[in-house]
Write a protein that binds this ligand. Sequence first.
Ligand code: GDP
Length: 534
Amino acid sequence: MSDSPHDARPRRTFAVISHPDAGKSTLTEALALHAQVISEAGAVHGKGDRRATVSDWMDMERERGISVSSTALQFEHDGHVVNLVDTPGHADFSEDTYRVLSAVDAAVMLVDAARGLEPQTLKLFRVCAHRGLPVITVINKWDRPGRDPLDLLDEIEQRIGLRPTPLTWPVGQAGDFHGVLDRRTGEYVAYTRTAGGATRAPETRMSAGSAHDLLGPTWDEAVEGHELLGADGADHDHAAFLAGRTTPVLFASALLNFGVAELLRTLVELAPAPEGAHAEDGTLRAPTDDFSAFVFKVQAGMDRAHRDRLAFARVVSGVFRRGMVVTHAQTDRPFATKYAHAVFGRRRDAVEVAHPGDVIGLVNAGSVRVGDTIYAGRPVRFPGIPSFAPEHFATARATDSGRYKQFRRGIEQLDQEGVVQVLRSELRGEHEPVLAAVGPMQFEVAAARMEAEFGAPIRLDPLGYQLARAVDEADLAEVAALSGVEVLHRSDGVHLALFPDRWRLGAVERMHPHLDLRPLPASDLDAEPTRPAR
Ligand code: GDP
């Protein structure tokens, strides 16, 4: 018996990665238009009025027009349930993005046809590669003058090492978008403009012969491009795609709704289904096993009307039913799920049932932290999501000492959400913890929230450290005694040694080779040769 018509349909869970302005919001809206939206999570990050529907709890977010908080959208397409998990837009939130990308099975890399690969796209792509996520590429804004398609493919291959395997090929140059050649069938898919792209753009399929009669040389040119790609071996290879060696490419105009249906089809046909996850002990929790999920995001105060705390969990296995009692693996405590939501942001709809691949929002998830596991039945614990190596450090102090209680509560909350990392030491005491961040904007978010949400304005004093290394308990005393180096403790139990710069770190490594100073798990993502040679 099924609780809702969407229940056990196969899932496709993905995220869109792109540089700001490449069209992520527009594409999300276009996807929602094409698919049957099951639940609109926190609303789409649209422009103008629509922007206001996103979590407007933080003025900073509104002023800057960036999205700090995550949302998710669930739609139905061709017998499948598609979950689009939103990624934060700002580069400083790469750690946040990393967590979100741990909750999806595939990524759509959105590229502006005129701009090609941009810094943020590259950065996010590296996160995907690191996580082994298959990537589908969408070249967007083809309705505007842009670059030569082969040139764009070349750039992708050269700069990120993924071999592009176009599934469609544009008919007409960028700026003169008629439709695409479907490389799998050889047919022409003609698009029809609708007013402002506000409704689904109708598609007409026709044979190559009819397309030639209709379009003449424009069609022949597209056929030529298609054949060239075939001769070059740039055809879709499913195993290579899943292994992260190739990327299927689609040409689209999110604004005009062109190519959006094709993207949905591609997601349904090619993106992998949820496959379960490996537990800490190395065993696989298969999707058919008892219920389990891991928390990839914790967020509070998303809505002025509900000043509470939401933990977003991705279902790994089994069936979640609202009301079931699950166990929080980290504390071994039972956890009631009476208030589970499918909808994030402002609107919240109770989720009755969720399947592997779905995202659930758990309200007032007290002690639950990012990376934690919840389960029912057979116990399981998934490995946590690694925290990034922080590169910015500042001490935080309540400007009003009378608000110390609020200060403590706020710092605790931001720590648990992973807004910033909170570092402590006996030397510094509880009144002046050190905040650590991957990007300095995290500090601004922390300060804004401390004031607005907890009524405890803070003063941040930057510390002159740039690098952190993990140290073992056994080495703590020796490292702490080094000049210019400070040892602090992170709430996940990791001891960090902070260094003013890589020269000091290099010197310490040379002079004390027996010390085990480990780079933090995710710090190799940028793969820049900034580490001193040993
Ligand atoms: P985001 O920052 O990635 O979410 O980008 P938006 O979706 O907000 O789009 C940025 C700008 O590009 C907006 O002005 C959109 O109207 C425009 N845009 C997005 N997609 C297209 C497209 O396919 N064609 C054209 N011409 N403009 C687009």
